[in-house]
Write a protein that binds this ligand. Sequence first.
Ligand SMILES: Cc1cc2nc3c(=O)[nH]c(=O)nc-3n(C[C@H](O)[C@H](O)[C@H](O)COP(=O)(O)O)c2cc1C
Length: 151
Amino acid sequence: MNQIVICVGSVYGAALETARAVRTALQAEGFSVELHEAPTLASVTETEGAVLICTSTTGTGDLPENIAPLYQGLTNEYPNIVGRPFGVITLGDSSYFESFGGAGDLIFEAFTELAAKPLSPLLKIDAQETADPEEVAVPWSREWARQLTNQ
Ligand SMILES: Cc1cc2nc3c(=O)[nH]c(=O)nc-3n(C[C@H](O)[C@H](O)[C@H](O)COP(=O)(O)O)c2cc1C
């Protein structure tokens, strides 16, 4: 499998920048990568390949508004995505305690409930520890994508 769709959730742009860096890195590895900055359910149902979510957390453990249509589609329309490979990168801040990375938990659970296939556990990047999320997200996504070469 060579195709990857990156779906972005971002309020201030950090997750979007991270997703763009991940796209560049995965393209350099030979993957065909689409980046959806305003993802909807069609980003998943009308595409092929693996889905990589890269989202920040806002409010109190909430998803950014721009990715809400995708989340609502997954949780209200129950598309058939059984076995679809996916991964989730979440940006957050542990000073929010229990809601740290909550957006990632929500979307990871939505995919899991539909029996999509996580290639790796959820990645949470903590702004308290990592000034530049790309530094963590890029190597993680290379490892994540490497598993696709066997699918
Ligand atoms: C108003 C506001 C609410 C936030 N709420 C949370 C939260 O509940 N949990 C969390 O882990 N991070 C929270 N964060 C931290 C952001 O997820 C973090 O700063 C992230 O890097 C922002 O990425 P973005 O620029 O793509 O939106 C919040 C940030 C702001 C400004």
